[in-house]
Ligand binder design. Structure first.
Ligand SMILES: [Fe+2]
Length: 283
């Protein structure tokens, strides 16, 4: 099973411009996905779909997604507005007003949770949402589950983006997930960089954004004195493909645009493929 993930699209950053930079970056990733060799079973959009949560931007997003020949499922990020997002994605079975739902596939269950608190940059996860997650996990103890959320529950080391690993919402999320060993992975966005870690024993992947990326700088930051460091960079927009092989999730990230193909599978390359295949079969 192949799960595509795109995150932090931020449509409408240049409001009213239907050919804005962020839309062009999104289209490049969608073209790569739709014209490329790997057809996903579904596409997850893990939040910050728009910059300001306005209807016009969700409409532009839907227009860009119209050639996707597979289901597209959204999560809410801190830049989104739930009412407009739910309106744009009527297939979302919202729970108690939150963008939380389960996709049960034969091989795996995908549980999308809502970490948005409108008006706040950081995450949130209240008792209502935690109670819903508990009820989603309990009957699925015997099948692998992936949790999908916008805000990752850890500190990345990019100081200006981190909101604190000890925040109450993270504690509540950790308590809710604890003991549910069927959770094989957490997929998130928010940090605008591809990052992987293990959180409380669970593999956690932060997908890189399609909007411009957060510059990689892990040094401490002085919040009273700007030091001229790089903050946002125009690295290529990122496509993430997660392959579930029945035992584990393997996550691939590609920076779309700008790459030159240096070798193709032709007669010259054939011996390399044959050598690797021979080694595999001789073991
Ligand atoms: Fe974002």
């Amino acid at each position: 099973m192949l799960i595509a993930q795109i995150t932090d699209i931020h449509v409408g950053f240049d409001r009213g411009n239907a050919d804005e930079h962020n839309l062009r970056r999104l289209r490049a990733v969608l073209n790569r996905l739709n014209d490329g060799p790997d057809r996903p079973d579904l596409l997850l959009l893990t939040g910050d779909l728009t910059e300001y949560g306005d209807r016009e931007s969700y409409a532009l997003l839907q227009e860009a997604l119209q050639d996707c020949a597979y289901p597209v499922w959204p999560a809410a990020g801190n830049h989104d507005m739930r009412s407009a997002l739910i309106e744009a994605f009527p297939q979302v079975p919202a729970q108690d007003g939150f963008v939380q739902y389960v996709l049960d596939y034969p091989a795996i269950s995908i549980i999308v949770i809502d970490t948005l608190e409108e008006g706040r940059h950081g995450g949130a996860f209240c008792e209502v949402r935690a109670d819903w997650l508990e009820k989603a996990l309990a009957p699925r103890a015997d099948r692998p589950c992936i949790i999908v959320m916008h805000h990752p529950p850890f500190e990345s080391g990019i100081a200006w983006l981190d909101s604190g690993a000890e925040e109450p919402w993270i504690q509540r999320f950790a308590t809710t997930v604890a003991g549910h060993d069927q959770v094989v992975a957490i997929l998130s966005g928010h940090l605008h960089r591809p990052i992987s870690t293990v959180w409380n024993g669970i593999a956690l992947t932060v997908a890189g954004s399609t909007a411009p990326l957060a510059a990689l700088d892990l040094t401490a930051i002085d919040i009273t004195r700007p030091d001229g460091r790089a903050m946002i960079s125009n690295e290529p927009p990122v496509l993430t493909l997660h392959r579930w092989d029945g035992r584990r999730l393997i996550s691939h990230m590609e920076g779309v645009e700008g790459a030159q193909i240096l070798a193709r599978y032709d007669e010259k390359f054939l011996p390399v493929v044959q050598l690797i295949d021979r080694e595999r079969r001789e073991r």
